[in-house]
Design a protein around this ligand. Sequence first.
Ligand code: NAD
Length: 355
Amino acid sequence: MLKKTIVLLPGDGIGPEVLRAGAAILRECAQEFGHQFDLPEYPVGGAAIDAAGDPLPPSTLEACGKADAVLLGAVGGPKWDALPVGKRPESGLLGLRKGLGLYVNVRPVRLRAPLRGISPLKPERLGELDLEIVRELSGGMYFGNPEMYSVPEIERIAAFAFARAEGRERRLCSVDKANVLASSQLWRRTVNTMSQVYPAVQVEHMYVDNAAMQLVLRPSQFDVMLTSNMFGDILSDESAALVGSIGLLPSASFGTGAPLFEPIHGSAPQIAGKDMANPIGTILSVTMLLRDTLGLGIEADWVERSLDRVLASGFRTTDIAEPGAQVIGTAAFIDHLRQEMQSTLAHAERYGWGV
Ligand code: NAD
């Protein structure tokens, strides 16, 4: 039995809608497995600007700093677009990453079996798509012009990516623009030096323009992709298109402070408040939290099996609906998932796994 505090940061737009799914799952896990999860909620982004005149109020950062983990929805929206760059909702998120010392962002890109049909790629091109993007989160073009990286900054993110590759298929593709950027040349040299420490991992270097193309031509060639802040941001949105919707992908950020879990999408202002947001990216962010940070693999498997059963039953949010699918809203999707979680638990014996 675990006793943990997970700070919830709903944020803006569809953030609060998808975060409801995350909170519901955490409550189910606590109830069924006897854990105690405290889930205090704090404002961030535009909501925090409106409430406190600051996209990252000190009380929010302080609560996150003391938490075991943080779960975020999304920030931003047209209401705050006219504000100067440092005062916008997005600066609250950058401040949070900095305040928590987060420098690694992991974005798994995996096709869920019931959703193979929604990828825009032909099945023969798609193959068994299962890759991870390890994105540097604390430096690069987001924080310096021209882009700057130091050797220790590259070493710590590369060490994370090598370790991740060791736990998977032991293939690491480091993506850079070393033919143009001095920062990329340092990046490549440092990754090569580090590779001597991880002889079991096969290392390949790829220019970012080629990587963008290869992702579409043959995505299954990749195992772990290691890249900088800006390139990782762009390549992960491209990867989201491969699986069919940006609403499907989760992420986890790690560093020196509390880890942060969030779907990779933004606040999607066009669909906010319309009960149309896909909550799966948030649901899978919660399973990363359960598995990677709390060590609750059985609980995470339980949620993912139940999710696949909801999808196998044909339920879809609008963004992932094939012709003939049963289109439902965000709230109904969460209800179906909770029901499926109960029924999966009741039939755990039948599915051959012990709870
Ligand atoms: P976005 O990810 O919000 O939306 C891109 C497209 O994907 C839109 O068509 C949107 O409707 C759709 N979409 C996104 N999430 C979805 C979901 N869960 N279900 C169904 N459809 C979904 O990106 P954007 O439009 O470039 O940015 C909108 C706002 O979000 C901006 O203010 C931006 O700064 C902010 N943003 C925040 C984050 C974050 O909080 N981490 C990340 C990216 C963008």
